[in-house]
Ligand binder design. Structure first.
Ligand SMILES: Cc1cc2nc3c(=O)[nH]c(=O)nc-3n(C[C@H](O)[C@H](O)[C@H](O)COP(=O)(O)OP(=O)(O)OC[C@H]3O[C@@H](n4cnc5c(N)ncnc54)[C@H](O)[C@@H]3O)c2cc1C
Length: 486
């Protein structure tokens, strides 16, 4: 359903890249190449106050490399990428004046501030006779398309999944254009390094480089590898953070280096070696991303306001000291610390562990979920305004289709169940490397001799638990029961 205005054959199209940093399955690009005499690809670094909060530092690292990769791909196709910085409306006006462009194309975004910006730009440009066309592709189904049987918006995931799954397969991905018709003269571009998206002193992103290949090619390689080796067994193994049964596609999806339709497409027509349980489960996870956008679209304050207003009265603890220990992975609970350190070192954390650390912050430390949302937004390479906010509210119990508050993750039993040999903990908490499996998730219960033999001195080489989980659980339940209406 491309929203169109003044549909005529444009001479020069400004192709505005946003969270769609790819050439394949990019409807705006494909149409611009089909219809425009020349196409000028542009990326605008918009001021943070215009968007959904500031661009997090980890994602800024990713964005730098992703833009470099996109520019290289465009160059290989005979084109280039113009980089500009500033409010998008002003930048587009300037570029139109400089290039004589008569059209602007983009793929739609679904975060509320982004939508507001785009609407205003579209109205302003259309009024001046510039063709503006926008296209779908960031999610599988646009938030306005899927409706409940009663014609309303979804609040619960399962009926959403059923509606989405029943509404037909996403369209076949559009191939990348082999050439992008370039202008005779290029407008000036900023230099990527001048945007200072990379950390300098200290370079905390060193661990990212070994882990990731930002850009479209990296995304496609990641998808192919996952389908070849991780998808078989996904349903049962995806919860084990020490194993490689998840796709790690989230940062690529967050900046649109690969379309969700392409990811879905890769799970079609698989050989009999694949069990439907695995790929359907994988699709269901992918659809949580769509569901999160559905929620954000219909509840724009998802990152800042409790969906369930009852939680407005929750007696959160303001405790910067404990918050800091959580951020640094120094809580004394190995699975929590491993997760927080994986996040810091690699910019990503396994989903099971995200739930454990989030539950720990909210329900053991009684710290407001918004503190966690903010920290994740700054440190995740896959930071996403919809998935992050929806997931934090899910864990808090304040969300639309949330886990009930009384579901409090026990960091010891969760560790024992999902990291039974401590593979994951040993990788990210090396000071516990030599602990026997029996005590890897509760070193404080180990006899002194075992601690000694493992080179662990609690309180010195590794912290003692910053809180007693059992007591914390009781305190959380008491706080929750104190809320009106419970
Ligand atoms: C507290 C918390 C915060 C989170 N913040 C984010 C975030 O900022 N950005 C983000 O992309 N995901 C977020 N998630 C969801 C989920 O943890 C990640 O999407 C997932 O771990 C990414 O790893 P993967 O690509 O290997 O996932 P896979 O298991 O391979 O799943 C494939 C894709 O499906 C989507 N997906 C899977 N699970 C979810 C989910 N629960 N919610 C939404 N989409 C999902 C992702 O796009 C993912 O790349 C958060 C979860 C929690 C509990």
């Amino acid at each position: 359903m491309p929203a169109e205005s003044n549909h005529h054959r444009p001479k020069t199209v400004l192709l505005w890249f946003r969270k769609d940093l790819r050439l394949s399955d990019n409807a705006a690009l494909a149409t611009a190449v089909d219809e425009g005499t020349t196409v000028i690809p542009v990326y605008i670094l918009e001021p943070s106050e215009a968007g959904t909060g500031p661009l997090g530092a980890a994602q800024a690292w990713w964005l730098h490399h992703s833009l470099a990769s996109l520019a290289a791909s465009l160059k290989a196709g005979g084109s280039g990428l113009v980089l500009r910085r500033g409010p998008a409306a002003e930048v587009l006006e300037t570029l139109i004046a400089e290039t004589g462009a008569d059209a602007v194309f983009w793929n739609r975004r679904y975060d509320p501030p982004g939508i507001a910006i785009d609407k205003a730009i579209k109205a302003g440009l259309t009024e001046r006779g510039i063709t503006v066309r926008s296209f779908a592709g960031q999610i599988l189904h646009e938030p306005t398309k899927l409706k409940t049987a009663a014609g309303g918006n979804f609040r619960v995931y399962t009926p959403f999944w059923k509606a989405l799954d029943g509404s037909g397969e996403p369209a076949e991905p559009i191939p990348a254009p082999s050439r992008v018709p370039a202008p005779d003269e290029w407008p000036k571009s900023d230099t990527l390094s001048d945007w200072s998206l990379l950390p300098t002193k200290p370079n905390w992103a060193k661990g990212f480089e070994a882990e990731w290949q930002p850009g479209e090619e990296g995304a496609q390689t990641r998808l192919a590898d996952f389908v070849a080796t991780g998808l078989k067994g996904y349903r049962t193994r995806r919860d084990f953070p020490g194993e490689a049964y998840v796709s790690k596609l989230s940062p690529h999806l967050a900046l649109g280096e690969i379309s969700p339709a392409s990811v879905w497409h890769a799970t079609r027509g698989l050989s009999d070696d694949y069990s439907a349980e695995d790929y359907i489960h994988f699709r269901k996870e992918l659809v949580w991303r769509d569901f999160s956008y559905h929620l954000l679209f219909h509840f724009p304050d998802l990152a800042t306001r409790n969906w369930n207003e009852k939680f407005d009265a929750f007696p959160w603890h303001d405790n910067p000291g404990l918050l800091d220990k959580w951020k640094k992975g120094q809580t004394g609970y190995p699975i929590v610390d491993a997760g927080m350190r994986q996040l810091w070192q690699t910019g990503w954390m396994h989903n099971r562990v995200r739930m454990i650390v989030a539950s720990f912050l909210i329900k053991d430390l009684l710290i407001d979920w918004r503190e966690g949302e903010r920290w994740f937004r700054d440190t995740l390479v896959d930071a996403d305004p919809a998935s992050n906010a929806a997931s934090w509210q899910w864990v808090a119990g304040s969300g639309a289709d949330a886990a009930p508050f009384f579901r409090i993750f026990n960091p010891i039993t969760q560790g024992e169940k999902f990291d039974p040999e401590g593979q994951y903990v040993r990788r990210f908490v090396p000071e516990l490397k030599a602990m026997p499996d029996k005590f890897i998730h509760k070193p404080w219960e180990a006899p002194l001799l075992v601690l000694k033999e493992s080179g662990v001195s609690l309180g010195k080489t590794y912290p003692k638990p910053i809180i007693d989980h059992g007591k914390a659980r009781d305190a959380a339940m008491a706080a929750f029961q104190g809320l009106k209406g419970e």
